[in-house]
Design a protein around this ligand. Structure first.
Ligand code: MV4
Length: 449
């Protein structure tokens, strides 16, 4: 097992990983930007290394600084968390080149599953249902237009090297196709450095349901349940829950079988998530596979009792997984992401100093955060400052528990989306489990649900 691991991240996920390491008696090394010198993860780690100025590019994305820190502190492995370098195949390779274990899948797996068209093709060939669309990328609108006609409008234009919704555009008819394609291409080049796009039929009123898996290098695969992540704003998840309130048992079983199959045909190992879209007729379609730990992993930890981060570390160290083969999630879990933002000002970020705060607790309430009274939320990074995760016997009780937890939460000195989250939980659509991928747009524009 590793003796010392460098945590190449910040905020709540760095704290989460440091806790997992401490419980395993593994020494932790934190890296931080000058801006983060007072951050909680820096205080909790056993060692800490300043790796650069405030901007992410100069610090948490600076591969050379991170590798140098890991080598100078005699680390055995690097945990990338999520975001930043967590799906960067070049970084994973660089770790291997310097004798460091990257806690995640291989660089080859990151690269192959990071190509959305290659992943779709792999799943199609394995007989896994995939969102209807193209399996090869296009570099120009005129090349893509015949395919768009074959698929049938409305279509979704997506970045082949993208993911998570960046560079995604809906095109409802042929007359706007060239313009939509060109704009999506510009976004894809800016975000991923690749102009390759692919097309899918737009599935309206569907659910975004992802299956959490853990797989080791001996071919053992564990399915840890699913998470409904349909409530997203600008492709940022806002509320996630498990289990998905609309899945039938047979659809759930079919999705788990396809998730297992996806892990088998790709030779996947580490923690991973297979994303599906589920249409109103309970048809599920493979969307993409995430080769990293996700923000919302706690929703699955609270219903399974499994520590996904510790299992991920064991897998990377070639130690056996502790999780039982017949693991079955229990109860209902909901997560709300707390952001330092102003919903009434079009969600403008609201950095600043937290002058007072009180976080919720009680049975089945978990808060993952790195903020504290007196902490200054920096403007440089993502606006998420905490995750409140609750678990109860059934969905109704979980909603009640989450409302109670949100009501109890106090964060003064900055603006947050607490009231916005509370209002979502109050809607009939959410309470009745009818919130699909179109819900939040309608809700946020003040539509009646
Ligand atoms: C889709 C889709 C409908 N049809 N693809 C993919 C990445 C994720 N962030 C959003 N994704 C979607 N891909 C096709 N062909 C619906 C979503 C989607 C979504 C889209 C718009 C607004 C909110 C959404 C929430 C979840 C999923």
């Amino acid at each position: 097992m590793f003796r010392r691991v460098l945590v190449a991240n910040r905020g709540e996920i760095a704290v989460r990983i440091i806790r997992a390491l401490r419980e395993m008696n593994i020494t932790s090394v934190a890296v931080y930007s000058r801006e983060d010198k007072n951050a909680l993860h820096v205080r909790l780690a056993d060692y800490r290394v300043c790796i650069g100025e405030g901007s992410a590019r100069a610090s948490y994305l600076n591969m050379n600084s991170i590798i140098a820190a890991a080598l100078n502190y005699n680390c055995d492995a690097v945990h990338p968390g999520y975001g930043f370098l967590s799906e960067n195949a070049e970084f994973a390779q660089m770790c291997a080149d310097f004798g460091l274990t990257f806690i995640g899948p291989s660089p080859e797996l990151i690269a192959s599953l990071g190509s959305k068209t290659a992943a779709r093709k792999l799943m199609m060939d394995a007989g896994i249902p995939v969102v209807p669309g193209s399996s090869t990328p296009f570099a120009s609108a005129q090349e893509a237009l015949p395919e768009a006609r074959r698929i049938g409008f409305p279509v979704m234009i997506k970045a082949a090297e993208g993911g998570g919704g960046k560079g995604m555009r809906v095109c409802r008819d042929e007359s706007s196709f060239t313009e939509a394609f060109t704009i999506a291409q510009q976004e894809a080049v800016n975000a991923f450095g690749s102009a390759d796009l692919y097309l899918e039929r737009l599935l309206e009123h569907c659910r975004h349901v992802e299956v959490q898996i853990l797989a080791d290098r001996q071919g053992n695969i564990r399915i840890l349940g699913e998470r409904d992540c349909s409530i997203q704003r600008n492709h940022q998840k806002v509320i996630e829950e498990s289990p998905c309130p609309v899945l039938s048992e047979e659809t759930r079983a079919a999705m788990y079988a396809d998730a297992r199959r996806a892990a088998e045909v790709s030779g996947y190992y580490s923690a991973g998530t297979i994303e599906f879209l589920v249409d109103p007729e309970q048809n599920h379609y493979f969307l993409e596979m995430n080769t990293r730990l996700q923000v919302e992993h706690g929703v699955t930890e609270i219903t399974t009792g499994c520590d996904i981060v510790q299992e991920q570390i064991r897998i990377a160290a070639d130690e056996p997984m502790r999780i039982a083969e017949d693991i079955r999630p229990r109860g209902h879990s909901i997560e709300c992401r707390i952001n330092a933002e102003m919903p009434e000002q079009n969600f403008t970020p609201s950095p600043g100093t937290i002058t007072a705060m009180h976080l919720p607790g009680g049975n089945g309430v978990r808060v993952d955060t790195a903020v504290y009274t007196g902490y200054t939320v920096p403007a440089e990074y993502d606006s998420m400052i905490a995750k409140i995760i609750v678990c109860a016997d059934d969905r109704e009780a979980a909603i009640q528990r989450m409302r109670t937890a949100l009501d109890e939460t106090l964060i003064l000195g900055i603006d947050t989306n607490l009231d916005y989250l509370y209002k979502i939980l109050e809607t009939d659509a959410f309470k009745e489990g009818r919130a699909d991928t179109s819900f939040l747009q309608v809700f946020t524009q003040g539509g009646h649900l």
